[in-house]
Design a protein around this ligand. Structure first.
Ligand code: SF4
Length: 359
């Protein structure tokens, strides 16, 4: 089906505008791993003027789920009383020395689901088992995860719980911008996160760090427009937050989704894989929903594993390095034998560079 958002002529025209607008080098970070994959898949980096450098941000939920959460998932999934449910991407994410696939091969009941509501259904069908959902993700998956907890409570389900690993974008931007090594001068904001949360959280952040931001979608034309607006702001010295994804995103976002999140979750400090702890960068279940918290139910609160020293994913997710700069890239680390989550996730930057090498 023809979509103008993939029209080569419209994308080329926008790229020409970017070339015309660019007079000096700029470093722009796309937050979202979905955008990273689109940029690599469509070869957009090679089509930009050499002055425009794109670096890849931490917006891949599979990649940033901390190693201790992965180890907790592995411990819970190994319990014979448990049916562990998860999005498929999480099954190949390496822990210290195994992944969920290997737990399944050893007899663990691990099922891939497409929604937490699938996990709820499994809980209803298996009243003598504990059903755990691996509730990872950014602001985008939080509303459905919140609804699953509300629904479990409404149904009186005693055998459903969530292993919560929610992370939020704005504190991660602050962490990147606070780093003395930061190179990022402008951001492409993740369109689907802004569809849920709006973009009212960002003007104060842009102002505080003097960094322009543009809400950006996922098709080639969306990304080209996001880059064009960011370059125009950088070149003019204006610090603003613009919306280049108007067909999906409003300033206020989706109120019903935000209310569901606020009912069920509250802010907490959160560890990001490879990056470390970022204050108030996650959500955890509110005290009134503790009964649905898998970490307390299975008493796995004290697992503190060490990250492999070979993996530099943390530097990649902060825009400090690119995947081919990792000595293990394509050698010791491949999608078949990953050393880090960014090589297995469908939104991971290392996987994007591996699958779409520059010609
Ligand atoms: S290539 Fe592998 S080892 Fe290197 S940063 Fe990416 S995931 Fe980590």
């Amino acid at each position: 089906m023809f979509t103008p958002y993939r029209s080569p002529s419209l994308v080329q025209a926008t790229l020409a505008e970017i070339r015309q607008a660019t007079s000096q080098p700029w470093v722009i970070m796309e937050i979202c791993g979905g955008q990273t994959h689109a940029i690599l898949r469509y070869g957009m980096e090679q089509l930009l003027p050499p002055e425009t450098e794109l670096v890849h941000g931490p917006g891949c939920p599979v990649c940033v789920t901390s190693l201790d959460l992965i180890e907790k998932a592995l411990a819970i999934a190994s319990d014979p009383q448990v049916i562990f449910t998860s999005y498929g991407d999480m099954l190949r994410v390496p822990g210290v020395d195994r992944d969920l696939f290997s737990v399944r091969a050893a007899g663990g009941d691990i099922r891939v689901v497409y929604s937490p509501l699938d996990a709820l259904r499994i809980a209803q069908q298996n009243p003598h088992k504990q059903v755990v959902f691996f509730a990872i993700g950014f602001e985008t998956t939080a509303p459905a995860n919140a609804m699953s907890v509300l629904q479990a409570k409404a149904l009186g389900l005693k055998n459903y719980s969530a292993l919560v690993s929610h992370v939020c974008v704005p504190p991660a931007l602050s962490a990147i911008l606070n780093s003395p090594a930061n190179r990022v001068q402008g951001f492409l904001l993740a369109g689907h996160v802004c569809a849920v949360m709006g973009y009212h959280q960002y003007p104060s952040l842009a102002e505080q760090y003097r960094v322009p931001m543009v809400v950006t979608g996922f098709e080639p034309l969306d990304i080209a427009r996001g880059i064009l607006e960011t370059v125009k702001l950088l070149e003019s010295g204006r610090v603003e937050v613009r919306n280049a994804y108007e067909r999906v995103v409003t300033f206020e976002g989706n109120h019903a989704a935000q209310e569901a999140i606020a009912r069920v979750f509250e802010p907490c400090d959160r560890k990001w894989r490879g990056i470390g702890a970022i204050p108030l960068s996650g959500w955890k279940l509110r005290p009134e929903f503790q009964a649905y918290d898998a970490e307390s139910r299975f008493q796995v609160g004290s697992i503190q594993p060490e990250e492999s020293p070979l993996c530099i994913a943390g530097q990649i997710l902060q825009g400090l390095k690119k995947p081919p700069q990792c000595p293990a890239f394509g050698r010791a680390c491949t999608p078949e034998h990953p050393l880090g989550a960014t090589m297995v996730s469908s939104e991971g930057a290392c996987a994007a560079y591996y699958h779409y090498p520059a010609s």
